[in-house]
Design a protein around this ligand. Sequence first.
Ligand code: GDP
Length: 295
Amino acid sequence: MFDSLSEGLQSAFKSLSGKGKLTEGNMRDGLEIVKKSMLEADVSYSVVQDFMDHVSEKALGKRVLLSLRPHEELVRIVNDELISILGPVDSSLHLKESGPTIIMLCGLQGSGKTTTCGKLSQLLKEENVKPMLVAADLQRPAAIEQLHVIGRQLDVPVYSEKDNKDPVKVCRNGIAKAKAEGARVVILDTAGRLAIDQELMAELQRIDKKVAPDQVYLVVDGMTGQDAVNSAGAFNEALELNGVIMTKLDGDARGGALLSVKHVTGVPVKFIGTGEHFDALEPFRPEGMSSRILQ
Ligand code: GDP
């Protein structure tokens, strides 16, 4: 991930290093390379524009141009701006003091929702917090079985109903069971679709309204680049999201979606998925990500 963006930014910094004092023209050339690398990494155009406005304003100021090492100043400015568009940091699940905290996961089919249910359960178990999973994806019969398989692998209880066609009722019954069994977190695995459609959104809105989860997280596939950003925008309009979990960042994703999604949704990226295993979930840290980009 980020290989091409890293290379692009390095070449921008290199073009300016060793020149001693820079002219405004030199700096503008370097900034053009920064912009091109961002666009090539699939960062949304509006995000690149905002980013470049902020970076350019600082980089073209007298203080930077007249400094002894202007290219190092540019690295610092780009780093600060990357952290700012990736932030804020908030990987807390905001667990309630009493009663179970209800977390609803939503997203397109194949984005990694069901796998992420397992990953979050593993994380909670490591913290001695008891989770329960609720199979609220009633569209795909295989989804219920997939959740049970995960539950058995992790020794986490899974609530499902065979013949109930109403996900709201299944969620409510699951939450009642979780209360009775003393689970502290209930994770609702909702239905996805291959593309955004009204029926899916209406179902999710209904669950959101009637079940009133404490946290609603959108799971997006980071490999899908600009599509991930567009679907994040659509989900964010339909639901009040509390955070995003971006999966599949272990693949050859160019990383642009990660840089754009916070800008588009206004909610933090809470975790990133970096593999198929249950331990492949990392709390998202903008500083760490920025230094990975700039390494
Ligand atoms: P759902 O339809 O949203 O529930 O998606 P699934 O959880 O079934 O995941 C779809 C596919 O993506 C499965 O093959 C998962 O193993 C895979 N997957 C999920 N998260 C990740 C991840 O972070 N990295 C990789 N490489 N694969 C993932």
